[in-house]
Design a protein around this ligand. Structure first.
Ligand SMILES: [Zn+2]
Length: 281
């Protein structure tokens, strides 16, 4: 028997966001901390998701290099730019690493990297900080990435915090890298979904639980917290609470205040503000 695969998670800093859309009484918006997961064997490793800015991704690549592993593959769980804009920086250090995603994720990536979205959304929020070279994934053939004979399996999850999301499951070690289907002690970004499409999100959470993982890594997590499977139920509960309170309130401010009263300590209330404004413009 070879040694089991190892996995480690690196969480980005919470960088400031340039925006005028601030919750009342708040002076600054910050981006949620982003997670990147390195799954490694004896020699080789696979990275799941990157960070958003050049500086964040330079830190990420130093962390990968310090592992001493040969990075063979980068996998993107979903198409949001904050999880794949770092691939060029990583390829500068690991030129042989393949970058793969599902066909549907690539469709979202192409939108995210298109000039209108790039200029109006990403570059306006992070001026001068986005890599001028954005790499789009090639389509993953089949559903499996091989890592020294062990299988890493891409599982489609449908709509969660955006369309066509996936998770990556590593059956041999009971790991699910969940992308943005699951949040770990960070306010959940609900601005791209509505009460109806969130049924698909609940089904995705059911799918993850049905895999009986021993560890679940959320795409956005508080640095240092454990990657325990109960964060799947916590995410479901958060979304249920949001929908219930949204039905009982009139304004974004009321919804925001009542959710903050329920979750006073979650990271990044700014994400909650976007979610509240999404249902009550
Ligand atoms: Zn995200």
């Amino acid at each position: 028997m070879s040694n089991p695969l190892q996995w480690h998670v690196f969480v980005s800093t919470q960088i400031p966001v340039v925006t005028s859309d601030l919750p009342p009484g708040v002076a600054e918006r910050r981006w949620s901390p982003i997670s990147s997961t390195l799954i490694s064997g004896e020699r080789d490793a696979v990275l799941v998701d990157t960070f958003v800015t050049l500086e964040q991704n330079r830190t990420l690549v130093e962390w990968i290099a310090a592992s001493g592993k040969n990075l063979t593959t980068v996998y993107a769980t979903h198409g949001h730019g904050d999880h794949f804009f770092g691939v060029n920086t990583i390829r500068e250090r690991f030129p042989n690493a393949r970058f793969v995603a599902t066909r549907d994720v690539i469709t979202i990536m192409l939108e995210q990297a298109s000039s209108p979205v790039l200029e109006s959304f990403w570059k306006s929020r992070f001026p001068g900080q986005i890599d001028s070279t954005l790499v789009i994934a090639e389509e993953l053939a089949g559903t499996v990435i091989d890592l020294e004979g062990e299988e890493l399996v891409s599982i489609p999850l449908g709509h969660t915090d955006t369309d066509s999301t996936t998770c990556l499951r590593v059956p041999s070690i009971g790991l699910v890298v969940a992308g943005d289907a699951v949040y770990n002690d960070v306010h959940v970004y609900l601005a791209e979904s509505n009460a109806d499409s969130r049924k698909e999100w609940f089904a995705a959470l059911d799918t993850i639980e049905s895999l009986k993982p021993r560890a679940v890594v959320a795409g956005h997590k508080r640095p240092g917290v454990a990657d325990t499977p109960n964060i799947v139920a916590d995410t479901r509960q958060y979304i249920c609470n949001f929908d219930r309170i949204a039905a009982d309130t009139q304004t974004a401010q009321e919804l925001y205040n009542q959710m903050l009263a329920l979750y006073p300590n979650r990271v990044n209330p700014g994400a909650l503000w976007s979610s509240a404004r999404g249902v009550k413009p």
